[in-house]
Write a protein that binds this ligand. Structure first.
Ligand code: ADP
Ligand code: MG
Length: 377
């Protein structure tokens, strides 16, 4: 089921006398389509409007403006139960006194009219859903007798048992420990691919969003920043916020400038840039964008190395860097190129992004390695 959002907006009024005029624009004019059968990650820091967006899609929250479509049909004014959505929340809220089986069956018991099921049909549906999330052996247990990961599977089964057209997950893994989080997110991906159900997955964890989404929607302060495949969001960020929000270790930012067709960090001309006009810019370099090189162009002060198995992380310093340290990921083979107190690098042009110093928008000037012939002039 394709989900279309048109000018979707939610404004919360300010609370209390003091804040009467401080309304919050939680979701600001969203226009995008969630394609049928895909898993879409809504990603952004806490408070950026992810849950608000999800709750408007589910029907739990009424938009202040704009429309929501499921396929060709407008559902903006439909109540949640008529939208055919399954929801899973962070606190999975299972009924503690009911068995797993009863918990999963619960949504089926209130079905009315031609949707009504007889006990045998319900049993079949519950068993199917339990099997899908691999808890068919636990149906007689109470939630208190399950691990956190198993409880979350029950919650997912409960959301799937009505065969929803859309599955909405709001930070479903936050209550799980690190290892279970990894496992469960792969499980969610598997279930989504097996059922082909259109799924919206809310998370503030970029790693989580990157690993399981077909498409990522990056949000900040209620404003859509970028919607793209995980790889494109990483390789081709729309602005400085997106570039900084995605990637571990994070991108390093330098205060730099363009002068006479070269890109400068401090006293180092590091790349050629196809832009005649001199200007200050913010330069972002992905950690894998550095190459250790004897006669490289960027001169950083070497701090230390941290081995990470096949690769190593080199920590260096540069006064133009906005953070205390520059972190670069390099192959251990190049370790010998570290010189006394210096880490001398060349930069891979496609791993370097330029941003406007005022608004952080991406400046798409073409970058290339410094042409050595011109160096000799
Ligand atoms: P997220 O899920 O991304 O953490 P939310 O969608 O919950 O963010 O919230 C977005 C913004 O809207 C926040 O500033 C939050 O304080 C505000 N907000 C959310 N719900 C309400 C509400 N019921 N009343 C007033 N403000 C709200
Ligand atoms: Mg939230």
């Amino acid at each position: 089921m394709e989900i279309g959002l048109q000018h979707l907006t939610k404004v919360f009024p300010g609370k209390g006398r003091k804040n009467k005029n401080k309304e919050v624009v939680a979701v600001d004019d969203f226009n995008f389509v969630i394609p049928d059968g895909k898993l879409v990650g809504l990603l952004g820091p806490s408070g950026c409007g992810k849950s608000t967006t999800l709750n408007m899609i589910s029907g739990l929250l009424k938009p202040s403006a704009g429309k929501i479509f499921f396929g060709d049909k407008e559902v903006t004014c439909l109540p949640p139960e008529e939208r055919g959505v399954g929801m899973v929340f962070q606190n999975y809220a299972l009924y503690p006194h009911m068995s797993v089986e009863q918990n999963i069956r619960f949504p089926l018991e209130n079905l009315k009219g031609d949707q009504k099921l007889d006990p045998n049909q319900m049993k079949e549906r519950v068993e199917e859903a339990a099997k899908l999330v691999k808890i068919e052996g636990l149906l007689d247990r109470k939630p208190g007798e399950l691990s956190g990961g198993q409880q979350q599977r029950v919650a997912i089964a409960r959301a799937l048992v009505k065969l929803p057209r859309v599955l909405l997950l709001d930070e479903p893994l936050s209550n799980l420990d690190a290892r279970l989080r990894l496992q469960t997110r792969e499980e969610i991906r598997r279930i989504q691919q097996k059922t082909g159900i259109t799924t919206v997955f809310v998370t503030h964890d970029q790693d989580e969003a990157m690993s399981i989404s077909d498409l990522i929607v990056v949000m900040k302060d209620g404003v859509l920043q970028q919607i793209d495949s995980p790889q494109n969001v990483y390789d081709d960020p729309a602005n400085q916020f997106v570039a900084q929000f995605l990637g571990t270790p994070p991108i390093t930012l330098y205060d730099g400038r363009i002068e006479q067709g070269k890109l400068w960090i401090g006293n180092d001309a590091v790349l050629d840039v196809d832009q005649k006009q001199d200007q200050n810019v913010v330069i972002g370099v992905r950690p894998e964008g550095y190459i250790l090189k004897e006669n490289g162009h960027l001169h950083n002060e070497f701090v230390r190395t941290e081995v990470m198995g096949r690769d190593m992380s080199v920590l260096s310093k540069n006064t133009a860097c906005q953070a205390p340290f520059v972190r670069s990921i390099l192959s251990t083979e190049h370790l010998h190129l570290l010189q006394d107190n210096q880490a001398v690098f060349d930069l891979k042009p496609h791993k370097v992004f330029l941003f406007d110093v005022n608004d952080g928008q991406r400046l798409r000037y073409a970058l290339s390695a410094i042409a050595e012939s011109r160096d000799l002039e």
